[in-house]
Design a protein around this ligand. Structure first.
Ligand code: ARG
Length: 459
């Protein structure tokens, strides 16, 4: 039989394969609450503008609430023949209230309907990401505050570079996730315009009030161009881009946690709550949550690229290709939220092994720069020469198999006769970090300042 929604023009129903490739109800049922909110706003507006009678609008708005409760309590029967969430909801509404249901779609198309639903859904996810990022930042602040003066190695090329503080390392991620948070908020502000009332593509001759529906749905304003309103998916792409950048940060941190929790590093102990064991090796405690964050991030990048590919060749306005936007965004959103929550849990629970951190901080001649700086400051040597002298001292210590601080004053003087006993003060890792007081530097005093600043920002 022909389709009950557009059967007028059709003599035959769709092939089973057609139905399978066409239907989106399997995934877009996740838009049910947004779809019903959009339809209720639309119906109220139709009544307010005199396009629909008050009694029809009332029946529609109440019927839609019944549909919503059926969906929420699981009694709603979704039908693939009805294609998508919009048709499923409207068909059920018709069963419940009769012919008035057929008036709901006045001055509207599924094109502006789906664009509205999807914007509302993505907006909720941006709000969830906002909350997830704030929670993660708070967990990092707690770590930074506890360990503002614990020393650890700072790396470049994953080779020991200079000592830094644990708090400083945590605060580096606070800055990154803080920028993610600001990107989330920017994206939300930019996408918060209503497509509803754009109808199929050209607008409508009915005297709709787009300001009214925009306001009812929490949008800042209606979108200014009806073609754009139904064609645009840059809001979804921006969501995926923001998610991808944030996911990249999560993945870098996850990678560090995998390294730090290894027996070779022992910088941190992850809690049992965020680790797993091995079925064969009794000693094992694996950082699975960190590894899965690192891995799931690939799906978010993939979704971003996939939707770019879907969109890049589409002429205006709506094409059915755009139905493929949803699964990518759903999957990316689910995995981003999960990764944020898992990272927050791991960060809250992890304990730093301060003695291992400090031992590692001193290894690898990490205070060589401090020695060179001392030569510049105390003996007036140009930095390039000081660099050379220090290099010779490092080579000497390496030959002896000792640390810079374990060279004797005589050995030092044999390389540069202006060196005095005072030099040993700067070779200790605590003095090293305490001396890095430049704005944004690793000195504990600077780290505490930044922690206080962020607490204020999050107030
Ligand atoms: N299920 C469709 C989607 O997700 C709804 C819009 C259908 N519009 C159309 N002209 N066929 O994109």
């Amino acid at each position: 039989s022909s389709n009950q929604m557009w059967g007028g023009r059709f003599a035959a129903g769709p092939d089973a394969i057609m139905e399978a490739i066409n239907a989106s109800i399997g995934f877009d049922k996740r838009l049910a609450a947004q779809d019903i909110a959009g339809s209720r706003a639309h119906a109220a507006m139709l009544a307010a503008t005199g396009i629909l009678s008050d009694s029809d609008a009332k029946a529609i708005r109440e019927g839609l609430l019944t549909v919503l409760s059926e969906i929420e309590d699981g009694s709603f029967e979704f039908s693939t023949a009805l294609e998508d969430i919009h048709m499923n909801v409207e068909a059920r509404l018709k069963e419940l209230i009769g012919d008035a249901a057929g008036r709901l779609h006045t001055g509207r198309s599924r094109n502006d309907q789906v664009a509205t639903d999807f914007r509302l859904w993505v907006r909720d996810q941006l709000d969830a990401a906002d909350a997830g990022l704030v929670a993660l930042i708070r967990a990092l602040l707690a770590q930074a505050e506890a360990g503002a003066d614990w020393v650890m190695p700072g790396f470049t090329h994953l080779q020991t570079a200079q000592p830094v503080t644990w708090g400083h390392h945590m605060m580096a991620y606070v800055e990154m996730f803080g920028r993610d948070l600001s990107r989330v908020r920017d994206a939300r502000a930019r996408m918060n315009e209503s497509p509803l009332g754009a109808a199929a593509l050209a607008g409508t001759g009915f005297p709709v009030d787009r300001e009214m529906t925009a306001q009812a749905l929490g949008f800042d304003r209606p979108m200014a161009n009806s073609l754009d309103a139904v064609s645009a998916r840059d809001f979804a792409l921006e969501f995926l881009s923001v998610a991808s950048i944030s996911a990249m940060h999560l993945s870098r941190f996850a990678e560090e946690l995998v390294i730090w929790s290894s027996a070779q590093f022992r910088f941190v102990t992850l809690s049992d709550r965020f680790s797993t064991g091995s079925s064969i090796m009794p000693q094992k405690k694996n950082p699975d949550a960190a590894e899965l964050i690192r891995a799931k991030i690939g799906r978010i990048f993939g979704a971003n690229v996939a939707l770019m590919m879907v969109m890049k060749g589409l002429p205006l306005a709506y094409s059915k290709d755009m139905q493929e936007d949803k699964e990518q965004v759903f999957d990316a959103a689910d995995n981003w939220m999960l990764a944020l929550a898992a990272m927050e849990g791991m960060v809250r629970d992890m304990s730093a092994n301060t003695s291992a951190l400090e031992a590692a901080a001193a290894a690898g001649f990490s205070t060589a720069t401090d020695l060179a700086d001392w030569l510049v400051r105390e003996t007036g040597l140009p930095f390039r020469e000081a660099h050379h002298v220090t290099g010779s001292l490092v080579a000497m210590a390496e030959r002896k198999g000792c640390d810079l601080s374990e060279l004797t004053l005589e050995e030092m003087v044999s390389v540069k006769d202006t060196i005095t006993n005072d030099v040993f003060d700067v070779l200790g890792v605590h003095n090293s970090v305490a001396s890095r007081t430049s704005y944004g530097g690793t000195a504990p005093a600077r780290v505490r300042q930044q922690v206080a600043r962020w607490k204020e920002i999050l107030e």
